[in-house]
Design a protein around this ligand. Sequence first.
Ligand SMILES: *Cc1c(COP(=O)(O)O)cnc(C)c1O
Length: 431
Amino acid sequence: MKRSASAALFERAKKVIPGGVNSPVRAFKAVGGEPVFLAKGSGARIWDVDGNEYLDYCASWGPLILGHAHPGVVEAAIAAARDGSTFGAPTEREVRLAETLRAAIPSVEKVRLNSSGTEAVMSALRVARAATGREAILKFEGCFHGHADALLVKAGSGVATLGLPDSPGVPSGVAKLTLTARYNDLADVDRCFTEAKTAGTPIAAVILEPVVGNMGVVVPKPGFLAGLRKACDANGSLLIFDEVITGFRLTYGGYQDIAGVKADLTTLGKILGGGMPIGAYGGRADLMNLVAPEGSVYQAGTLSGNPVAVAAGLATLAELAKPGVYEGLEKMTARLAKGLEDGAKKAGVTVRVQRLGSMLTVFFASEEIVDWPGAATADRGAFGKWHRALLDRGVYWPPAQFEAAFVSTAHTEADIDRTVAAAAEAFPAVL
Ligand SMILES: *Cc1c(COP(=O)(O)O)cnc(C)c1O
């Protein structure tokens, strides 16, 4: 594959953009080689600036559950832009999106829109701290919640991938208020509650990805989420589900409804914007009523509830509400997972394909992965080799081991089978 146009752009980009990219993991450092610059996407396919075609499983890191440039979403966004792309004043569509979210996720009684998952999480934590009058929070090692100071502590995703320590620039006073526990380990959670109480800084909220995407796909053990609910109630702490990935990915609504565990606050993003920038946080009305101007917890945004993003989001959710969507995704992704497992086995390569619904990770590891120390044992070098071999065969897999790959409604059985064949050819590259 010729990639000279991408290479030239990367050189130009590095002169004017840190690392040549606007988000670290895009630089391909975790897999070696250089990033491809993309020019176009349609359905399950993307094309780079050299004209190479790829089947896409990155899906812009999760938002594109309908694939690229879905006609209904594009039309909705264009129509909204024609009517004026932003007013800084309330619009009808925002009310419709809020009503749609409330109807889809029972624990979300009121919701505030903003422009990114990072913002949503930051704001939810502020509400939780205000509501409880407490300052400490508990997160899980390997979970990623965006790049707010308080959450860049033992974070997954790009932070884990690059092996960066907790980021410089995060004040130690802030980091000190973030406790971290091991995912899927309720005893470790109890330890944190006790330590926090003893230190005189009780925990305002526990935040987690109810299914982890950001250390690769890791599923909660039976009873883990219910146990957290119980521990939070016993300790007067709030439970925040960060459903920025899982919201509308695994069902029409939140994973919390599959799990049967109610969060006090929920954060959303990604799919919600249909490929446009968006975030949202919502939950119990008594908590959300603390937010200004109803209450005194300040949170604002020039482009919050942006008409184009909201229109794209509404169009996306309307598609997802149609019957059979999630069953189709399940069937297609199961086929992919099975094909990948078979391909690895045939090549004599040990992998664990971890999947829930249409999100999956191929861990180059031998044991089932249930937490970050487990994920960290995965062979990143092997993953990088496999990734490059896949890319050369026209498959764009997310360029890091500790990430989820996503199947969209645009992926056909033929696409999946082509991917499986490419993967089977790529596995021997790791030996
Ligand atoms: C992507 C992500 C975020 C951050 O969202 P941005 O829109 O990138 O700021 C937060 N939480 C989770 C679980 C995510 O996957």
